[in-house]
Write a protein that binds this ligand. Structure first.
Ligand code: UD1
Ligand code: UDP
Length: 365
């Protein structure tokens, strides 16, 4: 089987690290990097740190408006598909790279498999929500991390070829924990941090980072705390902080984005996590770290239902209050599978490869 995999943004490199390894045990993979993320700390660091194979193709699209960026990717992915004629196109998550991959392949009648299918925030103002809905409706194989995701698809009439496989991010986290046991991260020491004596923050959602009022509320909350806040800053957020000359308290350590192993080390030793990231909410849960999510809704509703994640929006007073009052001690049941999701994804790809259609005219167009 030949699979073209599309990655482009940070969380996709992490997810692909699990699947790519399994896929290449038996099949041929052509790994395409769209170039959506390109700074070393947003891209190369993950290829170096996760053992992810180098991309076979880098489309180098870079940053631009949603339309221009997606269009450049669409053209680039189409060229690769016409040259490679794979059995499957594999996409991850909900970024513009995901959307472009799904659109390019479905127009060429190349089967699309979507890892992390079925997630919904039910907020169409999020670009990710649009990407997810379109990608799912164009996909031939829907690989879901949760029962909720399966139900979300059913509610939209998607019931065929939907499979609950669990979350490939748990596979990667388990791998990272093993790795850290033999090769500990030096990050805590380098940053002068003590276990349980700091908060870890990430902010990058466009609804928070591109809205100065919201970002100021979040930063004011951090500034008002009397605990160290370690904040690896996404370039989108860094730009706003720099352009708007936002004030940052001395106890708030703005650092460059870190590699995955260092991030896991930072999350698991934190007293509490403050984030608007999808991946970080789950990692905090799996690692038993209380999480405050600075959004109005989450796709990972189970983390909230179990009591370990709380939606606090972006009001500075509400965030600061929750930092001191949120102290979950409810049970923490296993969520999002058993840590073997990647193998299940690959098995399903294998099972669902249908005979190549006799009429190849569509792919030749
Ligand atoms: C994208 C995804 C989002 C995902 C996030 C993961 C979309 C619509 N959004 O958001 O779902 O959660 O990645 O991190 O696909 N920039 C750099 N260097 C880089 C990358 C970005 O400076 O290597 C800056 C540019 O100014 C760019 C901005 O960050 O305009 C935003 O990057 P972009 O990829 O458009 O969106 P993300 O916010 O990263
Ligand atoms: N991450 C990382 N370094 C950082 C920030 C995040 O390795 O400086 C990891 C994080 O642990 C998680 C993933 O990146 O695995 C989440 O990516 P991001 O928050 O950018 O995107 P989202 O998950 O919200 O789509």
């Amino acid at each position: 089987m030949k699979v073209v995999s599309i990655v482009g943004a940070r969380p996709q490199f992490i997810k692909a690290a699990a699947v790519s390894r399994k896929l290449r045990e038996q099949h041929t993979e052509v790994l395409v990097h769209t170039g959506q993320h390109y700074d070393y700390e947003m891209s190369g660091i993950f290829f170096d740190g996760l053992g992810l194979p180098r991309p076979d193709v880098n489309l180098g699209v870079g940053s631009s408006s949603h339309g221009s960026q997606t269009a450049a990717m669409l053209k680039g992915v189409e060229d690769v598909l016409l040259a490679e004629r794979p059995d499957y196109l594999l996409i991850y998550g909900d970024t513009n790279s995901t959307l472009a991959g799904a659109m390019a392949a479905s127009k060429l009648a190349v089967r699309v498999a979507h890892v992390e299918a079925g997630l919904r925030s039910f907020n169409r103002r999020m670009p990710e929500e649009i990407n997810r809905v379109v990608a799912d409706h164009l996909s031939d194989l829907l690989l879901c991390p949760s029962h909720t995701a399966v139900c979300n698809l059913a509610a939209e009439g998607i019931r065929q070829n939907v499979h609950l496989v669990g979350d490939v991010m748990l596979d990667v986290l388990n791998w990272a924990q093993q790795r850290l046991a033999t090769e500990p991260s030096a990050t805590l020491e380098q940053l002068g941090l003590k276990k349980q004596r700091y908060l870890l923050a990430t902010v990058h959602r466009s609804e928070n980072a591109d809205d100065l009022q919201r970002l100021s509320e979040i930063l004011n909350a951090f500034n008002s705390l009397d605990e160290t806040v370690v904040f690896p800053v996404h370039p989108r957020t860094r730009k706003m902080i720099t352009d708007a000359r936002c004030q940052i308290g001395k106890h708030v350590q703005l650092i460059k984005p870190v590699g995955y192993l260092d991030m896991v080390a930072l999350v698991r030793a934190a007293r509490l996590v403050l984030t608007d990231s999808g991946g970080v909410q789950k990692e905090a849960y799996w690692l038993g770290v209380p999480c405050l999510t600075m959004r109005s809704e989450t796709e990972w509703v189970e983390t909230v239902e179990t009591g370990w994640n709380k939606l606090v929006g972006f009001d500075s007073g509400r965030i600061a209050k929750a930092v001191y009052s949120f102290n979950p001690n409810s049970p923490r049941p296993a969520l999002y599978g058993d840590g073997f999701a990647a193998a299940k994804c690959v098995d399903l790809l294998d099972e669902k490869v249908l005979p190549v259609p006799s009429d190849q005219s569509q792919i030749a167009l």
